[in-house]
Design a protein around this ligand. Structure first.
Ligand code: SF4
Ligand code: SF4
Length: 230
């Protein structure tokens, strides 16, 4: 446009620039941007954007042609129909819950259980004592911070567990639990394990705090187990 000042291209000094400034601009452009002094004007440091040189050309595969395209569409449609008809032959998969329960795999991690010794423990204490010794390793391993253990000393008159101490309070807040199984892995006495019960919904959050008595009680085995090969 007439009268408009000409924009200098990167590496070219403006026409009215002095020889000294032209020389410094040219030397600034010749060096990489990271090595240029910070007082160098940004356009000279970074260079002028030339869209025509920066275009990325996308190379596409050749068009398949009419015959090959028709065959490809037919093949993909047939594949989809095979999946549909395969499901029809397998029959409906709707489960009439809650009358009918979805079986879980044996390693499914559901509601926790606390255990007692069923026979005489290794240190000769009586059977039926709690396995938990209140060491709090499970609480330390819990990433959701949902286990609370308060330990107390066993006495000859009141022996609860086979160790020196027992869990006077043991609570798991199942509203916070993420069923990761770290508590089960951390327990040195297999005192806590994950069961298979997954029906844990309730109306009140407080009811999802399971106490020691609830965890020691025999779980109502309502969840059927699925075989590994099913
Ligand atoms: S299963 Fe995981 S989140 Fe739940 S109580 Fe155990 S360690 Fe904590
Ligand atoms: S359940 Fe196991 S890890 Fe947790 S306090 Fe009891 S003995 Fe320790």
């Amino acid at each position: 446009m007439d009268g408009a000042p000409e924009t200098p291209r990167s590496g070219q000094p403006p026409s009215d620039a002095s020889p000294a400034s032209a020389k410094s601009a040219a030397s600034a452009v010749a060096r990489p941007a990271s090595e240029q002094p910070l007082d160098t004007p940004v356009p000279e440091r970074l260079g002028e954007w030339r869209p025509a040189e920066d275009v990325i050309q996308v190379v596409r595969s050749p068009q398949p042609g009419a015959t090959r395209g028709t065959w490809r569409a037919f093949r993909e449609t047939a594949r989809g129909l095979r999946t549909v008809f395969g499901q029809i032959l397998r029959g409906p998969t709707t489960v009439q819950y809650p009358e009918e329960k979805v079986p879980v795999f044996p390693r499914f991690r559901g509601r926790h259980k606390l255990h007692r010794f069923e026979d005489i423990p290794h240190n000769g204490a009586q059977a039926g004592l709690e396995k938990c010794v209140g060491c709090s390793l499970c609480a330390a391993a819990c990433p959701a911070d949902c286990i609370r253990v308060v330990a107390a000393e066993n006495t000859p008159e009141n022996r609860v567990s086979a160790g020196e101490r027992y869990a006077a309070v043991y609570e798991i807040n199942l509203a916070q639990c993420i069923f990761c199984g770290y508590c089960e892995a951390a327990c040195p006495f297999d005192a806590i394990t994950m069961g298979h019960d997954y029906e844990l919904s309730d109306y009140d959050r407080e009811d999802l705090i399971f106490t020691k008595e609830m965890l020691l009680a025999e779980a109502i085995e309502r969840t059927p187990l699925r075989n590994e090969d099913e």
